[in-house]
Design a protein around this ligand. Structure first.
Ligand code: 26V
Length: 801
C-alpha cells in the first residue's frame, strides 16, 4: 500500500487522541501499540474485505488449515513489512520522538503453541497469504497460552501466560458467525417417514463457539487471509435457562489454556473436548459458507480442502460425515467419498507416545453421535479390507482397537493424502510407524519437507544482513527466496565476507545486551555463539551439549594455560510441566551455568547462558547471533526440525546428526559447510533389531566420558544430587534410550574441529555464506506451493522463481 510519512503521523496522532483522549507525548508504549494496531487494521481493512469478496466471487477453492496450535509471534512488524510501510512508519514514529522498537516489544507474543508444530502452522499462514492462495487458519483462541517459564534456584517454574490481559488488537470478534457444538447426552436414531434415520439428541451439553478472526497479511500483494480462532462461551438461552456454576466452569475451561505437553498423549477428556470443539465449529462454519453459494454438495471437494495438522483435528472427518449424513441427507457412500476427497493429513512425529488414542468409553460418553459414525467407518473399513489384507493387518490398522479410538489411523483412512515433513521422516512413516496402512494405501503417502517464513526469520529478525544482501544482489530475493543463491558469487569477495562478519558481531552485541540486562551475564562478541533452542526432550539430547560443556570445563581446569577460543553456550528450552526428566536436565544446565560462569579460572573462556521463556520473539533475537546451530537429535527421532532452517538462513553452521531436515540442509549447503556426526537412522534401527546396544561399553572404553558421567554424581556440579543420579542412571542403568553415549566421541571431535576452524575467519565466513545462499529452498513459500499443487489442488497467484 501507499502511505506517506506525513499522512501517517497525522493519522497516528489522531488515533491516539481518539482512542485514549490524550496527546501522543503522554501515551505509553502499550497505548501507542494499540493505536498503531488499530490504524494498521484500518489501513488493511479494504484488502481484507476485498480478499474474501474476491475468493467468493471467483468461487476459488479454499484451503482450511486446522491446527490446535498457532504460534504467530508478534504481528506488528510483520504486518508493516508485508504491507510495505515498515520504513515509513518507523520514520514517522521517530519523527514524533517515539521508540519504535519499544512499541514492538510491548506487543505480547501469542503463545498459542508448544513448538515446531504450531510455529509451522503460523509460517504456512504467512506463505499462503503471500502466495495469494485462498488459505484460512482454524484453531483455538486460548485464554492462556503456553506457560511463562522462570527459573527459581535453577528449577523451571511455570507461570500463567496472560497474553490477552490488554486485549488483542489484531482480532475481530464475530459473534454473528458463532455456532453451537454439542457434547455428551444421549442420541438415538429415529426412522423418518421416508425411511431415513434421523438422530435425536437428549440432555446434551451445548457450547457456543464464537470466532475471533485475525487478518493474515500477504507480502506486497494486497491479499489478507483469515485465521479464525474459536472461543467457548455459554450458548444464548432463549428460554432463560439457568446455568449452574459447574456448567459455566465446564464451558469456560474448554478454551481456557493450551495443553503444554507436546510429547505425551495423556488421554485427558478436556483435551478431547478441545479437539472436537474447534473441529466441529470449523467444519460447521465451512459448510455454512459453502452453502451460501452452492446448492448441492457434489462440488464440495472441488471447492474446499481441509488440512489436518497432526492428529489433533482428526475429528473433522466424522464431523463432516455427521453434517452430510444428518443435516444434508447424504447417503453414506456419497458422504464418505466427499469427506475423503476433502481431507488431507500431516504427521509430525514418529514418537510412539505422542500418537493420540482415546479410550472408547470416554470418547463415547463425550461424543455419542461422532462415536456411532466412527464405529461405522471402522465396520466398513474392516469389511472392505479384510478379504484383501487379512484379519491381522486389518485389526492392527482399524480406527477402533484395544479399547481405543486411534486417531492417526482414522486420519489416514479418512484422507486422500498423508504426508511426512522431511524425506527421512516420510520413509520412516512408511517403513515403521504407519507401515501397515502404507501397504493398504500406498498412493496416499507423500513427503512435504517443512519450510520457514523467511520474511520473519531473515528480513525482520536480521535487518542488517538483509540490507547487506540487498546491497549485493538487489531485492528480488525478498519475494523469490531461492534467488538468494546468487549471493554465492561473492564467496571470494573479501570486503563482503568482512561485512558479513560485522553483521554477525552487530547481532551478537544485540543479544549480549539482552543477556546482560536480563541475566546479568557478560558475554563477549568474539566468542563462538553455540546455540541450541528447542523444546526440552530427551530425544533432542540437550544432554550431549551439556557433556561438551563439562568436557571444556574440565579441560580448562586441567590446563589453565591452554589457549582456547571462547565459547558462549546458549540454550532456550521449555519442558512440559509433567516431564520430570526434562526438568532435571534444565536444573542440570542451570547448575552447570552457575559453576562455569562464576569460576575465575574459566573467566570468559566459557559462558553458559540459559535464556528463560524461549519463544518466537526470543528466537528472533538469538538466531541472527548464532555461529553454531545444534541439531543433535538421535537419528530417526526428529521429524524435521525447523530451527535448523532458521539458523542456516542466518548464517549459522549446523552441528548435526543425519536426522529430519538436517539431511536436506547438509545436501543443500554442502557437507563441507556443516559438521555432521553420529549414528544414522539405519544404525539406530540396527541396534533396535539386534537389541545389542550396551551404553556402558561406551563409558568403559572412554575414560574422558566416564569422568564426565561421574561429575553428575560426585559433587563436581553443586546442587544436583538428585537430578545428577537420575540422569546418570538413565544413561548407565537404563541403557541410554537415546544413544547419547554412542554419539559422544564423534560429537566432541566435531566440537574441537569447530574451535579450530573458527579462527580461520575468511573460510568460516565463506561457509556461513554457503549456508545463507543455500537456504532459499527452505522458504515456506515453496513448501506451501507444493501443498497447493500436489495435495490441495488450489491455485495461487504468485509465480515463484
Ligand atoms: C503432541 C501432543 C501429544 C499429545 C499432548 C499434546 C500434544 C501437543 C502437541 C503435540 C505435537 C508434537 C509434534 C510436534 O511438534 N512435532 C514437531 O513438528 C515440527 C513441524 O513439523 C517438526 O519440525 C519437528 O521435528 C516435530 O517434532
Amino acid at each position: 500500500m501507499k502511505l506517506d510519512e506525513k499522512k501517517f503521523t497525522k493519522d497516528f496522532v489522531s488515533e491516539v487522541k481518539a482512542t485514549y483522549a490524550i496527546d501522543v507525548k503522554d501515551s505509553s508504549p502499550l497505548e501507542q501499540l494499540m493505536a498503531l494496531g488499530n490504524l494498521i487494521k484500518r489501513y488493511d481493512s479494504s484488502n481484507w474485505k476485498n480478499t474474501s469478496k474476491k475468493y467468493r466471487q471467483k468461487d476459488d477453492k479454499q484451503v482450511y488449515y486446522f491446527s490446535i496450535e498457532f504460534l504467530p509471534g508478534r504481528l506488528l512488524k510483520s504486518n508493516l513489512l508485508n504491507l510495505g510501510i515498515l520504513d515509513t512508519v518507523r520514520a514517522g514514529l521517530s519523527e514524533l520522538g517515539l521508540d519504535f522498537e519499544k512499541i514492538c516489544r510491548s506487543e505480547p507474543d501469542p503463545g498459542l503453541g508448544n513448538g515446531g508444530l504450531g510455529r509451522l502452522a503460523a509460517c504456512y499462514m504467512d506463505s499462503m497469504a503471500s502466495l495469494g492462495m485462498a488459505g484460512n487458519g482454524n484453531g483455538i483462541r486460548y485464554r492462556y497460552g503456553l506457560f511463562k517459564q522462570v527459573f527459581m534456584n535453577g528449577y523451571q517454574v511455570e507461570l500463567p501466560d496472560d497474553w490477552l490481559r490488554n486485549g488483542n488488537v489484531w482480532e475481530i470478534r464475530r459473534e454473528n458467525r458463532a455456532c453451537v457444538v454439542r457434547f455428551g447426552g444421549h442420541v438415538w436414531l429415529q426412522p423418518q417417514a421416508d425411511g431415513h434415520l434421523r438422530p435425536v439428541y437428549d440432555h446434551t451439553d451445548d457450547v457456543l463457539a464464537v470466532p475471533y478472526d485475525v487478518g493474515i497479511v500477504g507480502y506486497h500483494n494486497g491479499v489478507t487471509n483469515t485465521m479464525r480462532l474459536w472461543s467457548a462461551e455459554l450458548p444464548p438461552s432463549a428460554d432463560q435457562t439457568f446455568y449452574s456454576q459447574a456448567q459455566r466452569d465446564r464451558i469456560d475451561q474448554i478454551t481456557e489454556v493450551l495443553y503444554p505437553d507436546d510429547s505425551n498423549a495423556a488421554g485427558r477428556s478436556l483435551r478431547l473436548r478441545q479437539e472436537y470443539f474447534f473441529s466441529s465449529a470449523g467444519v460447521q462454519s465451512i459448510v455454512r459458507h459453502y452453502l451460501l453459494d452452492h446448492s448441492t454438495l457434489k462440488e464440495f471437494p472441488r471447492k474446499v480442502a481441509i488440512h489436518i495438522n497432526d492428529t489433533h483435528p482428526t475429528l473433522v472427518i466424522p464431523e463432516l460425515m455427521r453434517i452430510l449424513l444428518d443435516e444434508c441427507d447424504c447417503p453414506w457412500e456419497k458422504a464418505w467419498q466427499i469427506t475423503t476427497a476433502t481431507m488431507s493429513y500431516t504427521n509430525h512425529t514418529i514418537m510412539q507416545e505422542a500418537l493420540e488414542t482415546w479410550p472408547i468409553d470416554m470418547f463415547k460418553g463425550l461424543l455419542p453421535r461422532i462415536y456411532q459414525i466412527v464405529q461405522e467407518i471402522d465396520r466398513r473399513y474392516r469389511q472392505e479390507k479384510l478379504p484383501i489384507f487379512g484379519e491381522n493387518t486389518v485389526d492392527k490398522t482399524a480406527p477402533l482397537g484395544n479399547g481405543q479410538v486411534r486417531m492417526a489411523y482414522l486420519a489416514v483412512i479418512g484422507s486422500h493424502s498423508v504426508n511426512g515433513v522431511a524425506p527421512l521422516h516420510t520413509e520412516l512413516l512408511k517403513k515403521d510407524v504407519l507401515m501397515d496402512l502404507y501397504r493398504i494405501y500406498p498412493e496416499r503417502f507423500n513427503n512435504k519437507t517443512n519450510g520457514i517464513a523467511d520474511r520473519r526469520w531473515l528480513q525482520l529478525a536480521n535487518d542488517p544482513l538483509s540490507k547487506l544482501i540487498d546491497s549485493k544482489i538487489g531485492k528480488d530475493w525478498r519475494s523469490n527466496p531461492k534467488q538468494i543463491q546468487t549471493l554465492s558469487a561473492f564467496e571470494n569477495d573479501d570486503k563482503f565476507l568482512q561485512d558479513l562478519e560485522k553483521v554477525k558481531i552487530e547481532n551478537k552485541k544485540n543479544l549480549s545486551k539482552y543477556v546482560k540486562d536480563e541475566l546479568g551475564i557478560t558475554i563477549g562478541t568474539d566468542a563462538i555463539y553455540d546455540v541450541q533452542i528447542k523444546r526440552l526432550h530427551a530425544y533432542k539430547r540437550q544432554l550431549l551439549h551439556v557433556f561438551e560443556i563439562i568436557r571444556e570445563y574440565l579441560d580448562i581446569k586441567d590446563h589453565p594455560q591452554k589457549k582456547v577460543i571462547p565459547r558462549v553456550h546458549i540454550f532456550g528450552a521449555k519442558a512440559a510441566p509433567s516431564y520430570h526428566y526434562a526438568k532435571s536436565v534444565i536444573k542440570l544446565i542451570n547448575a552447570l551455568a552457575d559453576l562455569v560462569n562464576s569460576d575465575k579460572d574459566i573467566g570468559n573462556k566459557i559462558k553458559v547462558v540459559f535464556i528463560p521463556n524461549y519463544g518466537v520473539s526470543l528466537g528472533e533475537l538469538i538466531i541472527p547471533a548464532a555461529d553454531i546451530s545444534e541439531q543433535i537429535s538421535t537419528a530417526s527421532k526428529e521429524a524435521s526440525g525447523t530451527s535448523n532452517m532458521k539458523l542456516m538462513t542466518n548464517g549459522a553452521l549446523s552441528l548435526a546428526t543425519m536426522d529430519g531436515a538436517n539431511i536436506d540442509i547438509v545436501r543443500a549447503a554442502g557437507k563441507e559447510n556443516e559438521y555432521t556426526f553420529g549414528l544414522t537412522a539405519d544404525d539406530v534401527y540396527g541396534y533396535y533389531r539386534r537389541g545389542d546396544y550396551h551404553s556402558s561399553d561406551f563409558a568403559n572404553k572412554n575414560p574422558e566420558l566416564q569422568r564426565i558421567l561421574n561429575t553428575l554424581i560426585d559433587g563436581t556440579i553443586p546442587g544436583i544430587s538428585t537430578e545428577g543420579h537420575e540422569i546418570y542412571d538413565s544413561l548407565i542403568r537404563y541403557n541410554d534410550e537415546y544413544f547419547v553415549l554412542a554419539d559422544y566421541a564423534e560429537y566432541v571431535q566435531k566440537q574441537k574441529q569447530i574451535s579450530q576452524d573458527f579462527t580461520n575467519r575468511k573460510q568460516w565466513e565463506q561457509r556461513s555464506l554457503a549456508n545463507i545462499a543455500a537456504s532459499g529452498t527452505f522458504s515456506a513459500d515453496y513448501a506451501v506451493a507444493r501443498y497447493g499443487e500436489d495435495i490441495w489442488q488450489v491455485p495461487y497467484d504468485r509465480i515463484l522463481k
